[in-house]
Design a protein around this ligand. Structure first.
Ligand SMILES: Cc1cc2nc3c(=O)[nH]c(=O)nc-3n(C[C@H](O)[C@H](O)[C@H](O)COP(=O)(O)OP(=O)(O)OC[C@H]3O[C@@H](n4cnc5c(N)ncnc54)[C@H](O)[C@@H]3O)c2cc1C
Length: 395
């Protein structure tokens, strides 16, 4: 079963969109509907990584959405990025998170890499010759507190030797390149960022995680054992890695809000269709007032999530930092989608608990969105800090 919505009415959002953004949303939606949706259910079961589709997405320019045209990318703005993420996630959240991680890593190279690094890595990436790029920050003992990294990068002649472990790395086994954060000194100011190609000597890929949801996104650990990285493959200066990672958060979070909304839209469409079809006590389930109220609440919450995501994206496109706004978008979209999938499972009755129905997958796929890319608690910390900082009287 598939529950993608190929005719999502963007005008309903009353948000100004350019022709280019609409075109991009259409391209992403058509691809998602035609290519990703039909096999998403089976890939969820088998955990098969959508390698072919990642290559096809590269051909459409959707793998290098944010890479500048100088390097062959689509140079898409953040509003366009939200629309594309939503469309892909509506069909297949696993593929959407692959895009999210890869686009974040390559945006960092684009923004912070040297001309030589961009030429070496972004050109083949944008041309689809490199596969995805992984973003390797999290370690087994720390995720939210990225300043506590233990992976060491020890200077050795004209390069560094990297030793440590990375955990939960999306696309880790399939990436042609890994963006690895490691310590060249103490604390957050001692973190640096490195480009490590697939197959580097001493780099081993861990077993694939058997996850609750987004099961086809290829999540693995990376083991680094004395991996030599030439100094010209360090991004930025020594000690700039933490700031580089933080610089990508706001745009990553609005994109993630788009991913959440995609899952929510798919769930709402599935619930609406099911309720129109299923009968109880001589009526369609859709005709019970409670069903309608549940559907109405989903519509309102998803629309609110859309508007927060598009606001965050627009502010970023206008050059604002938008830290609080992007946190608000990601926090609200992930939690609203959690409520949407829960209501729509309920509307399906017992069938909502069956693997036969897509709603069961949406329910599982939605859960991680409150944890990765900054958990709900971390987003609340960011939002609360912005409020406290706005006080004129110091504590
Ligand atoms: C499917 C999947 C894909 C992922 N992909 C990637 C990837 O590609 N690259 C990558 O680097 N990482 C990736 N991650 C890792 C993800 O970003 C982390 O899991 C996330 O940041 C949370 O870190 P943690 O799991 O270590 O939890 P912890 O940081 O240990 O947090 C545990 C709990 O404590 C709460 N908590 C922590 N600090 C605070 C605080 N200050 N105040 C209140 N509560 C707090 C958290 O919100 C959470 O509820 C992925 C994870 C998953 C599951």
């Amino acid at each position: 079963m598939t529950a993608c919505n190929p005719a999502l009415d963007l005008d309903r959002l009353a948000f100004p969109l350019s022709d280019e953004q609409r075109l991009l949303a259409d391209v992403a939606r058509s691809f998602a509907w035609d290519r990703l949706a039909p096999g998403a259910h089976d890939r969820d079961r088998t955990g098969e990584y959508p390698r072919t589709f990642v290559d096809e997405l590269a051909a459409l320019g959707l793998l290098a959405m944010k890479v500048s045209a100088d390097w062959g990318g689509s140079a898409l703005d953040n509003v366009g990025y939200v629309l594309a993420m939503e469309a892909v996630a509506e069909a297949d959240a696993s593929t959407a998170v692959i895009l999210a991680a890869s686009n974040m890593a390559t945006w960092i190279i684009d923004q912070h890499g040297s001309t030589e690094q961009c030429d070496q890595w972004l050109r083949p990436y944008a041309a689809g010759e490199l596969g995805p790029v992984s973003f390797a920050l999290t370690e087994p003992h720390c995720g939210s507190d990225a300043s506590a990294l233990r992976t060491q990068a020890v200077r050795d002649g004209d390069g560094y030797r990297l030793t440590g472990q990375k955990m939960w790395i999306t696309s880790g086994a399939f990436a042609g390149l890994h963006l690895v954060f490691a310590c060249t000194g103490e604390g957050p100011r001692g973190i640096s960022c490195f480009l490590v190609p697939a197959g580097a000597e001493g780099l081993a890929i861990g077993r694939e995680e058997d996850k609750m949801g987004q099961r086809a996104s290829g999540t693995v650990a990376l083991h680094l054992d004395d991996v030599f990285v030439p100094a010209d493959q360090r991004i930025g200066e020594e000690g700039q890695g933490y700031g580089i990672a933080l610089s990508a958060l706001a745009a990553g979070r609005v994109g993630m809000a788009g991913l959440c909304i995609g899952i929510g839209e798919a769930a709402l469409a599935a619930g609406l269709r099911y309720a129109a079809d299923r009968r109880a006590f001589g009526k369609r389930v859709l005709d019970f007032q409670n069903s309608r109220f549940q559907l109405a609440d989903c519509r309102v919450e998803l629309d609110a999530a859309w508007l927060l995501a598009l606001r965050g994206a627009r502010l970023l496109d206008q050059g604002h930092r938008a830290a609080a706004e992007s946190s608000a978008a990601k926090l609200y979209a992930s939690e609203a989608t959690g409520r949407v999938v829960d209501r729509m499972v309920q509307l399906h009755g017992g069938y909502g608990y069956s693997r036969e129905y897509d709603i069961e997958r949406y329910y599982r796929d939605a859960r991680i969105t409150r944890i990765y890319e900054g958990s709900s608690e971390i987003q609340r910390l960011v939002l609360a800090r912005a409020l406290v900082d706005s006080l004129e009287v110091p504590a």
